[in-house]
Design a protein around this ligand. Structure first.
Ligand code: ATP
Length: 345
C-alpha cells in the first residue's frame, strides 16, 4: 500500500531523514515512534506530498508521490500536529469547506459531512464556532477533516498531544475504528499509545529506521529474558532451594519482602519459556504457597530508551543482548549456583 524506499531529506548539512525504507500494508495501523527531532514529521510531510525529498521514492498504491503528487494527495487524509482549522467557522461550515476542497460531489456532500461528524462524534457541536471548542473537540474536527472524502490512507501526527486522559481514550478508540476501513500511520512518542492501537511499530532515531515489528515482538530483538515476579509464603532458604531445582530458571534475584512470613523473588528464564506451571507445582509440593505471580517482559519504554540512547545499537547489524545486573545461571558451570544476591541469604 505505502512503500518508502531509501528516503533521504537534508536541510543544508543536516540530515533529517537518513536512508529510510519501510512498507505499510492495507488496513494496518503503523505506529511511528521516535524521540523529538527523529524525523517523524518530515517523513510524514514527504509521504503526504507537502515537502520534497532529497533522495528516494515513496509510492502509495503504486503511484509515485513525487511524479503524481495530486493523485497521491487524493488518497491521503492528513492530520498534522497543528490542524489547519478556521476558528471563525462553525464545525458544519468548516467541514463543508473541506468537502469542497476535496472535491466531494455536491449531491453527496451533505450526507458525507453528516456521516463524518457521526464517526468522529462531533455532530452535537455542528453549529458551534471552532474557536469555542475544547482541545479534544478541536482534535476531533481535525480528524474529521482528515477522513473527509474517505481517503484510503490516514496519517496522524501526534493525534493525542495535549488531550486529557478521557479524550485520549476516545481518540484512540476512534483511530481503532478508522483502521477498519483505512490504512493508518500514527506518529507518537507515547509508548502506551502505540501499544494500545498499533499492529506494527516502527522506531526511528536521527532519521534512521531502528526497528519495525509487532509491539509484542519488539523485545525479541534483544534476546531479552522472560520471567516471573513471585511472592511466596514460607522460609527463604526452603523456597530458594526449591527454586534452584528448576533447571529452566536461569537467574534468581531476591527482592525486598513487604509482608512478614513471605519472601519475594524475581526468577528469569528464556523469553519464550513459560515456567509458571513448573513453579506452581514445585512450590505446592514444597508447602510454600505462591501469593503473587506476575510475568515480566521488557516493556516498550525499556526498548525505546535502549534503542534511542544507544548509538552502538544503530550501527550494529545485530542488536546487542539486553542485560540486567543479575548473574546468568545458564552460563554457570554449576546450575545449582544462584546470583550473588540470592546466594547471600
Ligand atoms: N524546515 C526545516 N529546516 C531545517 N531543519 C529542519 C526543518 N524541519 C525539520 N528540521 C530538522 O529535522 C529534524 C527532524 O525534524 P522532525 O520535525 O521531522 O522531527 P520529529 O520526529 O517530528 O520531532 P517531534 O517529535 O519533536 O515533532 C530535526 O532536527 C529538525 O530540527
Amino acid at each position: 500500500m505505502i512503500e518508502v524506499k531509501n528516503l533521504v531529506k537534508r536541510y543544508g548539512n543536516h540530515t533529517a531523514v537518513n536512508d529510510l525504507s519501510f512498507t505499510v500494508n492495507r488496513g494496518q495501523i503503523l505506529g511511528f515512534l521516535g524521540p523529538n527531532g527523529a524525523g517523524k514529521t518530515t517523513t510524514m510531510n514527504i509521504i503526504t506530498g507537502y515537502i520534497s525529498a532529497t533522495e528516494g521514492t515513496v509510492t502509495v498504491n503504486g503511484i509515485d508521490v513525487f511524479e503524481e503528487p495530486e493523485e497521491v494527495k487524493k488518497m491521503i487524509g492528513y492530520l498534522p500536529e497543528f490542524p489547519p482549522l478556521y476558528p471563525d467557522l462553525t464545525v458544519w461550515e468548516y467541514l463543508n469547506f473541506v468537502a469542497d476542497i476535496k472535491k466531494v460531489k455536491k449531491s453527496a456532500r451533505r450526507q458525507m459531512v453528516n456521516d463524518v461528524m457521526e464517526a468522529t462524534k462531533i455532530a452535537d457541536m455542528r453549529n458551534r464556532l471552532i474557536k469555542h471548542l475544547s482541545k479534544g473537540y478541536k482534535q476531533r474536527v481535525g480528524l474529521a477533516q482528515a477522513i473527509m472524502g474517505y481517503p484510503e490512507v490516514i496519517i496522524l501526527d501526534e493525534p493525542t498531544v495535549g488531550l486529557d486522559p478521557k479524550q485520549i481514550i476516545e481518540i484512540r478508540d476512534l483511530i481503532r475504528d478508522l483502521s477498519k476501513n483505512h490504512t493508518v500511520i500514527l506518529s507518537s512518542h507515547i509508548m502506551q499509545e502505540v501499544n494500545a492501537v498499533c499492529d506494527s511499530v516502527m522506531i526511528i532515531d536521527k532519521g534512521r529506521l531502528i526497528l519495525q515489528d509487532k509491539p509484542e515482538n519488539l523485545s525479541l530483538h534483544f534476546g531479552s529474558t522472560g520471567g516471573l515476579k513471585l511472592v511466596i509464603k514460607g522460609n527463604k532458604n526452603d523456597v530458594l532451594n526449591e527454586l534452584k531445582k528448576i533447571g529452566r530458571i536461569t537467574k534468581i534475584e531476591e527482592k525486598e519482602s513487604l509482608e512478614e512470613g513471605t519472601v519475594s523473588f524475581t526468577v528469569y528464564c528464556k523469553e519464550d519459556d513459560d515456567i509458571r506451571e513448573e513453579v506452581f507445582y514445585s512450590m505446592s509440593k514444597n508447602n510454600t504457597p505462591i501469593l503473587e505471580m506476575q510475568s515480566i517482559r521488557m516493556s516498550l519504554e525499556d526498548i525505546f530508551i535502549k534503542v534511542t540512547q544507544d548509538d552502538a545499537f544503530i550501527n550494529e547489524d545485530k542488536p546487542e543482548v539486553y542485560e540486567d545486573k543479575t548473574e546468568d545461571l545458564s552460563s554457570s558451570a554449576d546450575k545449582e549456583e544462584v546470583s550473588n544476591n540470592a546466594g547471600d541469604l
